[in-house]
Write a protein of this length. Structure first.
Ligand code: AVI
Length: 316
């Protein structure tokens, strides 16, 4: 296959990231946010239902048990801003408990997720003002002018922060502090460091949804970029990296093979991997230290009885 020059300016972000990530001289990788196309979102919804994936149900348990306490830091007339709101399911727990919210600002890249959440919340919370922001929370953004002067609380559940390296997490937390402004607070869910015997199966469930979710990215490349990956020629592996305190998810090549993407050839040795995702795990103290470096002051923290998961309140 000839390697004709590609005009990278004409390629979308997915194409650029796949070509750059597979062409890396050492470890091949693809940024994990590309896992979430429509099918990826469906598969992730299935993952969170799996018995091994303790994160979502444990976080929901903490939010339900402490909702009144968590919203106690939000004065009447506050605005709740959610970063990467998706379906806004967890938000309902806070909305049920909060007194006189001025507005809810869900931020997401999916217009259909924002529309669905708005519709559902309008039925459940008549009179709630919802101001959706179609945007990627990883990029600089501005709150609508009408809410920018009211007391603001950010909400970033799900341990999505764990999918960022500590340096990236600091940058992201710093930009959230800028968006929310001085005097704001942030409620953020963070998965805790624990035995790999609990953490690894969460990313390698017996029903296989974790594996299907990760392999879906190869199918997405086949669909959207005309690539010719054979998804069955790769197996999924979740490993705990105890130096970095992170679960790594890899796709491992079962054999020597060559895949083609947009006219480029990528050779794989047997056992060679594409590093697909990191999920960093934190201690409560370690995460608080990281937030301090990002300019926040850690305040209260709630955990479940087994110490699996934490919900932090940070003050700006
Ligand atoms: C979205 N994020 C917090 C999940 C996690 O636990 O890292 C993504 C995930 N990937 C595979 N399973 C779950």
């Amino acid at each position: 296959m000839s390697a004709e020059p590609l005009d990278f300016n004409k390629l979308d972000a997915f194409a650029v990231d796949v070509l750059a990530g597979l062409g890396a001289p050492k470890q091949k990788s693809i940024p994990c946010h590309h896992l979430y196309d429509a099918r990826g979102n469906e598969l992730f919804e299935a993952i969170i239902e799996q018995p091994e994936y303790y994160l979502s149900r444990t976080e929901i348990g903490i939010l339900e048990a402490h909702a009144a306490d968590i919203v106690a830091g939000m004065p009447p007339g506050s605005v709740l801003v959610e970063f990467g709101s998706g379906s806004s399911w967890k938000t309902e727990i806070l909305l049920d408990a909060v007194v006189r919210l001025a507005a809810y600002v869900p931020i997401d890249v999916s217009a259909s997720a924002l529309a669905g959440a708005r519709h559902r919340l309008a039925a459940r919370f008549p009179g709630l003002r919802v101001e959706p922001l179609l945007s990627d929370f990883r990029h600089p953004l501005q709150l609508p002018a009408e809410v920018a002067t009211l007391p603001r609380t950010g909400f970033f559940p799900g341990s999505t922060i764990g999918n960022f390296s500590p340096d990236e997490a600091k940058k992201l937390l710093g930009s959230m502090a800028n968006v929310l402004g001085t005097g704001s607070r942030l409620i953020i869910g963070v998965d805790l460091l624990k035995s790999p015997k609990i953490m690894v199966p969460a990313y390698d469930d017996a029903a296989g949804f974790g594996a299907i979710f990760i392999r879906n990215l190869l199918m997405r490349a086949n669909r959207e970029l005309g690539a010719d990956f054979d998804p069955d020629a790769f197996y999924h592996e979740a490993r705990f990296n105890e130096v970095e305190n992170r679960i790594e998810v890899h796709l491992v090549s079962k054999r020597a093979q060559i895949a083609h993407v947009l006219g480029r050839s990528f050779a794989f040795q047997p056992g060679e991997t594409i590093h697909m995702q990191n999920s960093y795990k934190h201690t409560v103290k370690g995460f608080q230290a990281l937030t301090r470096e990002a300019g926040w002051t850690p305040h209260r923290v709630w955990t479940d009885n087994a110490g699996l998961f934490s919900v932090h309140e940070l003050i700006n």
